[in-house]
Design a protein around this ligand. Structure first.
Ligand SMILES: *Cc1c(COP(=O)(O)O)cnc(C)c1O
Length: 395
């Protein structure tokens, strides 16, 4: 029940009323209470590279970033972000005018939407969506228009006709996420080309969340939307150190875009945190310059973890969707004789000592997400093996 004042007016405003406590809080508490393995929330159970941690310590000791860093981010990090985009993708950004450092991708998403969306504007987003998207669209006064990814030949795919049909004269921007949380889908070059053509044809802005850019597996390829024709000038690309370097608590993210779009996003960002994570910005600048071998080893390690968990889930009787990227496997619980992901996830700790997340929380069309359950595999191999062992009790 929402708290009321004496005038019976709810304390929480109308824009946020639909967003209760996140499922992650409920499920993490449940994991603690039942001694379960928590494969709910997506954070690694080991820290990132020692030299990056040491770089943060050094910055802190040397007094770099202990006072307010520059509003756009420290020059070392902006330069490193630009160099990373150039080296990986051949994208050129001016570190002074086209890069903005944020308090994680979360702030970048919020600032982009607060800056670019007028009340009443429609924002088309892929469903299931990362939970902060819905809240950020709501805070900006926008209307979210979900386009549902649907299972097709073992993976969740974007229906391009549905996407096209979702765009109206009121659409202001497309909010894209690839590699995609929670489905593990990596949009293909062909799919992204169609998204780009639509954006150009309808003159839409695009905000693209690419925080899992380094976590793509097998033959999958991460294609930044900004590399496609006509896209650099209309795309706000969001990256983050949290997932790439396994320091999710540092909250260092960034935006790359045109000077005009970066200026707009900064206008909102400066009144959210103004600045954040001073010493960590220097450490992330060093991390981004790590040799390709780091990124490749990290990717391979995560791919091995995916394989351990996928095998365990398959053996336990779940239908396991292909995971081409991210930290997450989405499963279908119907082969286990279950249909309601919420009820299933609430009972799973008692039944098997494992915590997972019902994908329905990431949907407006809850029924479309009902039978899907997400498991995180960014955990130590022995933890995943133990989880797989426990899940076998369900079979
Ligand atoms: C984790 C995550 C974020 C948040 O990143 P931070 O840098 O921790 O704020 C944003 N988008 C997606 C899809 C994520 O999974």
């Amino acid at each position: 029940m929402a708290a009321m004042t004496s005038s019976e007016r709810p304390l929480l405003n109308r824009r946020l009323a639909e967003f209760g406590t996140t499922i992650f809080a409920e499920m993490s508490a449940l994991a603690l209470r039942t001694g379960s393995i928590n494969l709910g929330q997506g954070f690694p159970d080991t820290d990132g590279p020692e030299e990056v941690r040491e770089a943060a310590v050094r910055a802190l000791r040397e007094g770099r970033g202990n006072q307010y860093p520059p509003g756009p981010g420290v020059p070392e990090l902006r330069t490193a972000v630009a160099a990373h985009q150039q080296r990986r993708y051949g994208l050129s950004y001016d570190p002074d005018a086209e890069v903005l450092v944020t308090a994680g991708a979360t702030e970048a998403i919020a600032a982009a939407l607060l800056a670019l969306v007028e009340p009443g504007d429609e924002v088309v987003a892929l469903e299931p969506y990362y939970d902060s998207y819905a809240a950020s669209i709501a805070m900006a006064g926008g209307t979210r228009v979900p386009v549902t990814l649907r299972p097709d030949a073992g993976a969740f795919r974007l229906d391009l006709d549905e996407l096209r049909a979702a765009v109206t004269p009121r659409t202001r921007l497309l909010l894209v996420n690839t590699p995609h949380n929670p489905t593990g889908t990596v949009l293909t070059r062909a799919e992204l080309t169609a998204v780009a053509e639509l954006a150009v044809e309808r003159d839409l802005l695009v905000v693209t969340d690419e925080v899992y850019e380094h976590l793509v597996y097998d033959e999958a390829e991460h294609v930044p939307l900004a590399t496609l024709p006509g896209m650099r000038e209309r795309t706000v690309t969001i990256g983050s150190a949290g997932k790439t370097f396994s320091f999710t608590g540092w909250k260092v993210g960034w935006v790359t875009s045109t000077p005009e779009l970066v200026t707009a996003v900064r206008s909102a960002k400066q009144f959210l945190t103004y600045v954040a994570s001073g010493p960590f910005q220097y450490a992330v600048a060093e991390a981004l310059a790590l040799p390709d071998a780091y990124f490749e080893a990290f990717r391979r390690d995560m791919q091995t973890k995916r394989d351990i968990l996928a095998a365990g889930l398959t053996e336990a009787g779940f239908q396991v969707y292909d995971t081409a990227g991210t930290y997450f496997i989405t499963t279908d619980i119907r082969p286990l004789g279950e249909t309601d992901g919420f009820a299933f996830c609430r009972s799973l700790p008692e039944r098997a000592g494992v915590v997972a997340i019902p994908n329905a929380v990431f949907y407006d069309h809850r029924e479309a997400g009902a039978p899907f359950v997400r498991f995180a595999f960014c955990k130590r191999a022995e933890v995943l093996k133990e989880a797989a062992e426990r899940l076998r009790r369900l079979a």
